[in-house]
Write a protein that binds this ligand. Structure first.
Ligand code: ZN
Length: 281
């Protein structure tokens, strides 16, 4: 099935999973939906431009929980539309909120930059959307989940895997039955790693990739989905080895880089065996 709304497009990934995509062709953001029995899980909530909850309820029509892989603005945008939201403790404020400026204010300009870039590229927003009042709305009473924990959705068991490095408490969602691991921002499109953010950590990132390689070698998954890129399947997952090699070289301070300007200020850019890694300058 490939359903489409004006803003979202829905792709059946198999194994009971759907991908709900928005802002494709410019800044693609993907959320993932699993339904089993009368329960459903949404992994990440994108940009908050349109009614994600409505699309999800049309799709699965059941009791929906939301797991936020991490608290970056482009994953939490529609979280406020849902009642039951989960995240790792390290991505939440001490008083239980998730918000664009909860841990750092480095992303507060990004929604306005996205709107400007989207319109400049000649794209349109849904009629219901007002660019001038667009904001990433905070979510209160977000529940804590822990790496290693199993989420039960109907008869399905989903394992939450610690994947820090890009952000301190990023979680992957591993569905061994479907052979799918939802890796969020562990890898950006084109083989780029975003390890240059305020709470990024290259050593933790390298350990994360080593952990994913172990899971993959143990046969836990054969498809790695991403927050912004296309799923990586089968033999293409060998890219994880290249990523681990690149991160280990940076960890040893044994790789050349150039310093570039980004939205986040001066940033080191490494290109190691085709893997681009951004770290703080
Ligand atoms: Zn992120």
């Amino acid at each position: 099935m490939n359903a489409t709304t004006d803003w979202f497009s829905v792709t059946d990934l198999g194994g009971g999973w759907y991908r709900v995509s928005e802002a494709e062709g410019h800044f693609p953001c993907h959320s993932y939906v699993l339904e089993d029995g009368d329960e459903a899980l949404v992994v990440d909530t994108g940009l908050g431009v349109d009614d994600l909850r409505g699309v999800v309820e049309d799709l699965v029509g059941t009791d929906v929980r939301v797991l936020l892989t991490h608290a970056h603005w482009d994953h939490i945008g529609a979280a406020h539309q849902f009642d039951d939201v989960l995240i790792d403790e390290r991505e939440r404020t001490p008083d239980g909120r998730v918000s664009i400026d909860g841990l750092t204010d480095e992303s507060v300009e990004r929604p306005a930059q996205f709107v400007a870039g989207w319109l400049e590229a000649g794209n349109e927003f849904p009629e219901s959307f007002d660019p001038d009042s667009y904001e990433i709305r905070p979510v209160a009473d977000v529940e804590v989940v822990t790496p290693g924990e199993t989420l039960r959705i109907g008869e399905r068991e989903l394992e939450l895997v610690a994947t820090p490095g890009h952000s301190p408490g990023q979680l992957a969602v591993l569905d061994r039955e479907a052979g799918i691991c939802h890796g969020a921002d562990v890898l950006e499109p084109g083989g780029t790693l975003y390890a240059h953010l305020e709470h990024s950590d290259v050593s933790a990132y390298r350990e994360t990739v080593d952990r994913l390689i172990e899971y993959r070698e143990a046969g836990a998954f054969d498809v790695l989905t991403l927050g912004h890129g296309e799923p990586i399947r089968g033999g293409d997952l060998a890219i994880l080895e290249d990523v681990a090699t690149a991160l280990a070289a940076i960890e040893r301070d044994d790789a050349p880089f150039e310093t570039i300007e980004t939205h986040w200020g001066p940033t080191r850019r490494y290109d190691i065996g085709g893997i681009e890694v951004l770290t703080r300058a």
